[in-house]
Design a protein around this ligand. Structure first.
Ligand code: NAD
Ligand code: ZN
Length: 342
């Protein structure tokens, strides 16, 4: 089968042939239809320090996809040949305390599809059936292919009650833009999104941000004055990984504010802890998606009118994967879809 393989340490990926993976007793075999490129895949493409430390070679990568079940292990119940599925990319151990308590997203022994084990940028993916998630017919392939990052956005945005709240989202990458759509959908008042990239801010505006702010050009304080916000934001969603974004978020939170942190800073950094203490802030780290509560919420939100359509900005047949990675690397993209049926 075809796969996008990191053949050796270094930049790029190669579209080449690898064996179809064997299906274990508890697995499903998924014929991939569409995949999406994640920021993680860009780290792997660039072969940065994290990727070089983490990803074994040779291996094919990718973890955002939709496909169809074409084979089922003998112990698997609840799935049928022909089911259209995406899947949870965090493979959890099942025996640690959190797994046994149903908090799979907090498993301390997680391994990642397309990071620690072969991924979805291939004609076929083998996945434990536990991790597969059936996609209802009314959800199009393109959106099903981005359930993984949509799940990050959902897990983060729904970490705190947003009804009637003023929400600050730092970072208008695909996940921040989807979080803006979710915040509006569930009833936030002001949804202010910051970035330093005008293309992405325009995307966040199309997705439902009520005000976008290029922090290189204007200050959050001025925008808050313009909006009549005299006290500060009720909820912050950190989705940039930029230390300066988090520092300014701390500055602009109201007392008693709540922050959900998804963005991954490149390294540790200092903050003024008195902001956290004297404001009585609540800060929650967010990892992955809740299995599978987040997945059910995603479907429910789409079926109750959440629109994510603008998030897919580029589509390529898989043979043109280099153009897809270039679109992602340019910073002028939302989600980029690679079509494996082409
Ligand atoms: P992305 O890199 O596409 O988006 C980040 C955005 O932040 C970019 O548009 C960038 O221009 C913007 N940015 C940079 N400096 C900024 C600043 N000072 N203020 C505001 N915005 C700024 O990433 P993404 O795919 O949308 O993911 C968002 C973040 O979440 C990333 O840090 C990613 O690593 C992280 N992530 C975490 C998890 C998790 O499980 N915790 C999962 C997926 C992604
Ligand atoms: Zn576990």
């Amino acid at each position: 089968m075809r796969a996008l393989v990191k053949t050796h340490a270094g930049v790029g990926l190669e579209l080449t042939d690898v064996p179809v993976p064997a299906v274990g007793h508890n697995d499903v075999l998924i014929k991939i239809r569409k995949t999406a490129i994640c920021g993680t895949d860009i780290h792997i493409w660039n072969w940065d320090d994290w990727a070089a430390r983490t990803v074994p070679t040779p291996m094919h990568v990718g973890h955002e996809y939709v496909g169809e079940i074409v084979a089922i292990g003998q112990e698997v119940a609840g799935f049928r040949i022909g089911d259209r599925v995406s899947g949870e990319g965090h493979i959890t151990c099942g025996f640690c305390r959190n797994c046994r308590a149903g908090r799979r997203h907090l498993c301390r022994n997680t391994s990642g599809v397309g990071v620690d084990r072969p991924g979805a940028f291939a004609d076929y993916l083998v996945l434990p059936a536990f991790n597969a998630f059936k996609i209802p017919d009314d959800v199009p392939d393109e959106l099903a292919a981005v359930f993984d990052p949509f799940g990050n956005a959902t897990h983060t945005a729904l970490a705190f009650n947003l009804v009637g709240e003023d929400v600050l989202i730092t970072g208008a990458g695909p996940i921040g833009a989807m979080a803006a759509a979710i915040a509006r959908h569930v009833g936030a008042r002001n949804v202010v999104v910051t970035d330093v990239n005008d293309y992405r801010l325009a995307l966040a505006a199309r997705m439902g941000a009520t005000r976008t702010v290029n922090v290189a050009d204007e200050t959050l304080e001025a925008v808050m004055r313009e909006l009549g916000m005299t006290e500060g934001f009720d909820v912050g969603l950190e989705m940039s990984g930029a230390p300066s974004a988090f520092v300014s978020m701390l500055e602009q939170m109201n007392h008693g504010g709540k922050i959900a942190m998804l963005g991954i800073p490149p390294q540790g950094f200092g903050i003024d802890w008195t902001k956290v203490i004297f404001k009585g802030l609540e800060i929650k780290g967010i990892y992955g998606r809740e299995m599978f509560e987040t997945w059910y919420k995603m479907v429910a939100m789409l079926q109750s009118g959440l629109s994510l359509a603008p998030i897919v900005t580029h589509r390529f047949p898989v043979q043109e994967y280099r153009a897809g990675f270039e679109a992602m690397l340019s910073g002028k993209s939302g989600k980029v879809i690679l079509d494996w049926t082409a």
